[in-house]
Design a protein around this ligand. Structure first.
Ligand code: SAM
Length: 258
């Protein structure tokens, strides 16, 4: 029932690390067509409001059919659905350059995440709530020039990280897609281990000589988060250029804030 196959990447990373919890606040950057936002809403939104609607909507009618076993039965049946705006409830904000068809309980913002005013709008939408999870599946439109594409992808990651630093609560989670600049070279070579080894070695050396933006990103993640993992979920094609950094424990990295 997800709009995009990419939803399963989030499902799989979350199954492993369980960071999407009921009641959590999630900001999903680069969200169109909405697969990740659907997964996030399914995991974090409590279903009290729809239960209340089924029970009669207001306190008076709830009082009149106050049979506990009926209540739990209806709670079960609606738990697959949605809905509430309770401040203690979960919240999902999804941002993309492209339009996103409405998703129950998801606030959609169509704008460029790199723009300051977009991030200000997201913060406005959050009210004064701190964020549990910032995730970014943002990817640039690939031009075919691998180092330019890689640089653009890194820029998107860094922007998501800058934003995460401002809004995450202590202990929060950051999940970010990264694409490797020379991965197409790897996928062109025969899958023979020797060739793959040579390709990866060449890439490592060239990244080292170029200053390795990915290495820099990794270092800044380690300085902010307790755990930093590189994830390649099953749902992500083996030969694709993408991977994900999953970072847990915001504020508990090497650069601890006193
Ligand atoms: N996670 C999504 C899902 O499950 O449906 C798929 C995301 S898709 C791989 C990458 C998205 O990043 C594209 O929709 C693209 O428009 C968006 N994107 C790229 N640059 C962006 C930017 N500067 N601001 C907002 N969105 C951006």
């Amino acid at each position: 029932h997800y709009r995009a196959r990419s939803a399963f990447k989030l499902v799989q990373v979350n199954e492993k690390h369980k960071f999407l919890r009921r009641g959590a606040v999630v900001v999903d950057c680069g969200a169109a067509p909405g697969g990740w936002a659907q997964v996030a809403a399914e995991k974090v939104i409590k279903r009290r409001r729809i239960v209340e609607e089924l029970e009669g909507g207001d306190n008076g009618s709830r009082g009149s059919n106050g049979n506990d076993s009926n209540k739990s039965a209806s709670r079960e049946s609606v738990d697959k659905d949605n809905s509430t705006t309770d401040l203690r409830d979960g919240m999902v904000i999804a941002i993309d350059l492209l339009p996103i068809e409405p998703i129950p309980n998801v606030t959609i913002i169509q704008a460029d995440f790199l723009e300051h005013k977009t991030q200000a709008n997201v913060r406005r939408a959050l009210g004064n709530r701190q964020v549990d999870v910032v995730c970014s599946d943002m990817a640039p439109l690939f031009s075919g020039n691998h180092s330019a594409d890689h640089a653009r992808s890194m820029e998107l990651c860094e922007s998501a990280l800058d934003f995460a630093e401002k809004v995450l609560k202590p202990g929060g989670t950051f999940l970010c897609k990264v694409s490797q600049c020379h991965q197409p070279l790897i996928s062109l070579l025969p899958s023979c281990q020797f060739y793959q080894f040579i390709a990866r070695l060449t890439i490592a050396i060239s990244q080292f000589l170029m200053g390795g933006t990915e290495q820099e990103l990794k270092q800044s993640l380690h300085s902010r988060f307790r755990i930093v993992r590189h994830e390649k979920p099953e749902a992500s094609r083996k030969k694709s250029t993408e991977g994900f950094f999953l970072c847990l424990g915001f504020g508990e990295g090497k650069a601890r804030v006193a």
